[in-house]
Design a binder for this molecule. Structure first.
Ligand code: HEC
Length: 190
């Protein structure tokens, strides 16, 4: 297709097709990784909750989630983390780029966009190093509110365990459909 024809087609179809044309392979790779880890964690959480209840599953989440991120990092070369505007683990505080993504996602959900598909991909300069960055929203589903929901509705055992493990916990009070945080990937650009 000639460039002119492609451009006019893109104009006709809207910005989405322009983005699709311009998308680099690294974005697809980051998206693939970011969408593969959360279902694995969800499977572990669901199993643990079924077996021993939510308070039992806290330990699994505390240990398995960072372990899964570590394994994904090791296998892929991407640095993988989870961060939130209202973090539970003090290590999960966002940097400026992640914070901007999280705030943008919150605004878009408030405006009616579907949280499931919200993502941001950008090539940025980090102290002179060209870096690839990707963030994808982690929406609150029904299972999440057992540990991140309204404290008045949460199980007493869950609350007491969380208060011991995370005295600075800011990650309650969420409802289904909100964004709990993002899974965030970065690596030096090739
Ligand atoms: C059994 C309790 C439990 C359930 C259910 C649960 N979480 Fe968590 N969540 C935790 C704990 C504990 C941590 C802290 C983990 C750590 O120390 O790294 C956490 C941390 C997080 C973080 C990392 C940022 C932070 O605040 O530390 C995100 C993002 C997150 N949870 C999202 C979710 C989502 C989305 C769901 C539902 C799919 C969910 N969680 C379900 C207990 C739970």
């Amino acid at each position: 297709m000639s460039p002119v024809r492609r451009l006019s087609l893109a104009m006709l179809l809207g910005t989405a097709s322009i983005v699709a044309h311009a998308e680099d392979a690294w974005v697809a790779e980051a998206r693939q990784l970011a969408t593969s880890v959360p279902p694995k964690l969800l499977a572990v959480l669901t199993r643990e909750i079924d077996q021993g209840g939510a308070s039992q599953a806290i330990g699994a989440c505390q240990v398995q989630a960072p372990e899964m991120a570590r394994q994904a990092s090791e296998a892929s070369g991407w640095k993988v983390r989870r961060v939130s505007l209202r973090e539970r683990n003090p290590k999960a505080r966002p940097d400026a780029w992640e914070q901007a993504a999280l705030e943008d996602f919150d605004r878009r959900v408030a405006a009616g966009e579907v949280p499931m598909t919200l993502e941001k991909a950008e090539r940025v300069d980090v102290g002179g190093v060209p870096t690839l960055r990707y963030a994808r929203a982690l929406p609150v589903g029904p299972i999440c509110v057992q540990c991140h929901g309204d404290p008045a509705q949460m199980d007493a055992g869950v609350k007491s365990k969380l208060s011991v493990l995370y005295p600075q916990d800011r990650a309650t009070g969420y409802s289904v459909g909100q964004i709990r945080g993002v899974i965030t990937l970065s690596k030096p650009a090739p």
